[in-house]
Design a protein around this ligand. Sequence first.
Ligand SMILES: CC(C)(COP(=O)(O)OP(=O)(O)OC[C@H]1O[C@@H](n2cnc3c(N)ncnc32)[C@H](O)[C@@H]1OP(=O)(O)O)[C@@H](O)C(=O)NCCC(=O)NCCS
Length: 169
Amino acid sequence: MCELIEPGPDRYDECLQVLRDGFGTQVDEFGITPENDPDYPCFWPSDRIAVLVARPTVLLAVEQEGRIVGCCFVGPSRRDAGAWTLRHLAVAPASRHRGCGERLVTEAAARASAAGARLLRIGIIGENVRLSDWYHRLGFVTVDAGQHYGSLPFSVDHLELALDRTPSR
Ligand SMILES: CC(C)(COP(=O)(O)OP(=O)(O)OC[C@H]1O[C@@H](n2cnc3c(N)ncnc32)[C@H](O)[C@@H]1OP(=O)(O)O)[C@@H](O)C(=O)NCCC(=O)NCCS
């Protein structure tokens, strides 16, 4: 069972480790390096979480037996007043397949909805079909696929969740 928390600065290092472990599984699979994607969470410097939280963005995490095992960031879109964006969702490999990822997505959607947003947006690795299938099961729809940005070694798909419905399988 995962318990949802909003970690304070004293636990940012723990979240950073979860992001490094969680996104680490993607690095080999999709050929991600500090050169082609320097802002990928695996390569973040130690102060990156504090910078994001100051934007403003909410850092959400899930705990199991007192340890943070997953986290994500959610906050208002800088381009669209009616939308919020979910970013950098990761669950540590040893804690996957127990609903922690879904718990984080559900809470992110609830926070966005409570703030009056009509959409929750996310950008994902387009080649990660397993991931897009999962988001589709949670109610997201793909609105734009196969975009290429700068030196990124993968394409990006953009997905949206309409917030008049809650994510559900
Ligand atoms: C996507 C992710 C957060 C899901 O976390 P989780 O706690 O396992 O999520 P849940 O238990 O709620 O749901 C599990 C489902 O996630 C889906 N999934 C998505 N990406 C997956 C991946 N890379 N490996 C395994 N399952 C994945 C599967 O459909 C899985 O279903 P299953 O348990 O029946 O096999 C986790 O796999 C992860 O951290 N992946 C790497 C980072 C990433 O790609 N983040 C998304 C950024 S947009």
